[in-house]
Design a protein around this ligand. Sequence first.
Ligand code: GRG
Length: 294
Amino acid sequence: MQNFSKKLNRIADDTNNYLRKIFLKKKKYSNLIKSMEYSVFSGGKRFRPAIIVNTGKIFNINYKKLIIIGAAVECIHSYSLIHDDLPAMDNDDMRRGKLSTHKKFNEFTAILAGNSLLTLAFEILSSKNLKLSSKVKNELITSLATYSGFLGLAGGQYLDLTLENRGISKKKIIDIQNKKTGKLFAFCCEAVGIIKEQNLKKRKILRDIGHDIGLLFQIVDDLIDFKEDSQNVRKTSKIYKNEGKPTLINLLGYKETLIFANNLKNKINKKIENYGIKSDDLLQSVEFILDRKF
Ligand code: GRG
């Protein structure tokens, strides 16, 4: 795992360096960049770019191309976190141990920084630095746009906020989490199939793996939150942060959710193993999700 952590760090550094170059070039044009930079460089793990790189490895795809696509995905991810923290949504003052963007700046700046990061993602994918055919770029853009919008991230967030505090089924919870978190991971794996110009059937296999990785990531995130919250509740008698939220833990309890996560991991691994020896780093990424503490 130590060796694998080094690999993850390298991917994170390369993603950060690519994004830094973009921000450096654009800095002189707008002060809004400061709030975008604040959010993008506040210590994210860059786990989505790692999934792109490790899926790309199976098919021998050029590393730089994968890093550029990962940088675009991180812009979408940062946008979603900025907006999620706003008072109209989750109303969080802190993110990654620092003030959330609207607390550091103000609400209108945070909204506009989020919007600009969303559009920057598509600037990155359409840029001439990404050496892919127009057809492939077009498909990458269509796919990322679809998965970010009402059928994906935004749609999942809408359901999450709308259905808070209502008794909902396991199927519905999984649907919300697939949209809110799974779709961006689905893109990370499917992007590789798009670059390889695979047929729809093969692309779907990668997309489904990504979806399940995203679902696992979200469930583990909820498990981590639950553990942290339980400690805080014991110390401060505050209410649970995720009380009333549509999560599997709230429906099934901690132990059952852990079993569900382990079964899901085994299902994902079986699918990935079909790709042979080159899928080793992707398999380790899945292990990393369950082992992670933050
Ligand atoms: C479209 C506004 C909008 C929101 C979409 C993504 C999202 C829905 C909300 C963000 C809050 C949240 C808990 C999302 C679930 C995905 C998730 C586990 C985010 C945290 O991702 P990490 O751990 O974050 O990769 P870092 O800080 O490492 O980048």
